[in-house]
Design a protein around this ligand. Structure first.
Ligand code: LLP
Length: 422
């Protein structure tokens, strides 16, 4: 459920009129609903609350939407943060997430990032290789600290999602092969500065079926038993993120958090660990839309093109993953048209929908891409020297520009024409 719906024929974001917002901030822009963000977090947290031997840590995956206002909204209601770079860690801390609720993940952490994470005192660092364990050991020991670490294991499970966002198969770069975990624990236990306390996994994103997750978690359960049998202490397990969201009003959606939570509780019963979750998309995906204005409608040789002022640099998912986002008009209409919806960027890949039936629009009309709150603004770029997409957060009948539109002058001013020396 989200808080974007037509009322009296006009799209409302909670109690804010989206067309009026477009007049005020210009297009394109992302619009997020605080009530939806809060609701999704609460639903997820409640769904997993009973699992594990202590209240779980729900660490929002900051990569999904890293706007400070979004992180702060979540921090205020108790969310932790799953971060994968120094930038994300600083964002989480700046938005008010306490270090003891931050998990530092990522396949290529540098020594500088490790030092900053140790310095901040994060809840845990998720390790993805033995050389990484050795590097963190050296960094932490030099600082006179001991950090709780978990090993991210690669369970070799096919998550059944798009290949580019599948992470738990043996050939993927993530984690250590699950059958090498005992060796990894033995090494880590012998090293100064790190204390192995558990295991982690994350098999992919936009999962629409619980079966691969259950299979992976079951493998982790067996692994925990093996680790304990070998004499290691295992007090934590991080089950990652990955739960999908509905991208179309017309196809059945993925399982709800309640079903996910029930499966987790059943599979992890008896593990006797504190669980961590790293949900991203399920928290913010349906809490955001991308609003864009139609520049013009053009008749092509084989199809009509609706050319809008948002492009692949604003919302990359359709170009990169052939992802589907429902397209709706801001002013409700019963009339439909079939068109290919494209942006102004000079690439054929800058296509949002091909030959799709959409509400009839003409030049000057506003359209929205739904389910654009996750991996939308966070993946935006300035390609074609377009400005980074502004972001608006709505709360009831109030709104705030939480990332203003920059200027072309600012963009140009970031470069330096060399004044050669030497
Ligand atoms: N934890 C780890 C270690 C991750 O790598 C990810 C996402 C998450 C948690 C959060 O996963 P979620 O709950 O959001 O599925 N840009 C792609 C998605 C990439 C996901 C990368 N990792 C997209 O637009 O579909």
């Amino acid at each position: 459920m989200d808080h974007f719906e037509h009322r009296n024929g006009r799209l409302m974001a909670e109690d804010v009129d989206v067309a009026a917002l477009a007049e005020a901030v210009g297009t394109p822009f992302y619009c997020y609903s605080s009530a939806t963000i809060e609701r999704h977090f609460t639903v997820f947290r409640d769904a997993v609350a009973g699992a594990g031997n202590a209240p779980p840590l729900v660490a929002y995956a900051v990569k999904a939407n890293s706007n400070q206002a979004v992180i702060a909204t979540l921090a205020r209601i108790g969310a932790g943060a799953d971060v994968v770079s120094l930038g994300e860690m600083k964002r989480a801390l700046a938005a008010g997430v306490p270090a003891e609720r931050i998990v530092f993940s990522g396949v290529g952490k540098t020594a500088d990032e490790m030092e900053a994470a140790v310095q901040a005192g994060v809840y845990q660092i998720n390790l993805e290789s033995l050389p990484e364990a050795e590097m963190l050991s050296a960094v932490a020991a030099r600082m006179g600290r001991t950090v709780p670490v978990v090993f991210r294991v690669n369970p070799d499970v096919d998550a059944g999602t798009h290949a580019k966002i599948s992470t738990g198969k043996a050939e993927n770069k993530f984690g250590i092969p699950i059958d090498t975990t005992l060796e990894a624990f033995a090494l880590a236990a012998a090293l100064p500065g790190i204390e192995p306390v558990g295991v982690a996994l994350h098999i992919g994103s936009q999962l629409t079926d619980l079966a691969p997750l259950e299979q992976a978690f079951t493998r982790v359960g067996a692994l925990i038993a093996d680790l304990r049998a070998a004499g290691f202490t295992v007090s934590r397990a991080d089950l990652g993120g990955g739960l999908g969201v509905p991208y179309s009003a017309h196809t059945p959606g993925p399982p709800l958090p309640e079903a996910y939570g029930a499966m987790v509780a059943r599979v992890t019963a008896g593990w006797d660990v504190r669980l961590t979750f790293e949900p991203g998309r399920v928290i913010v995906g349906n809490a955001g839309v991308l609003v864009s204005r139609v520049i013009r409608v053009k008749t092509g040789a084989t199809t009509d093109f609706v050319i809008i002022d948002a492009a692949m640099n604003d919302l990359l998912r359709p170009s990169l993953y052939d992802a589907w986002h429902d397209i709706d008009s801001v002013m409700q209409t019963e009339e439909l048209m079939t068109a290919t919806v494209v942006g102004p960027v000079c690439e054929t890949g800058d296509t949002f929908a091909e030959g799709r039936e959409i509400p009839a629009v003409e030049a000057g009309d506003l359209v929205v891409f739904r389910t654009a709150g996750a991996y939308g603004a966070a993946m935006a770029s300035t390609y074609n020297s377009r400005l980074l997409t502004p972001e608006v957060l709505v709360k009831g009948d109030k709104w705030a520009l939480v990332r203003p539109r920059s200027t072309i002058e600012d963009l140009i001013a970031q470069d330096r024409v060399p004044n050669w020396v030497g």
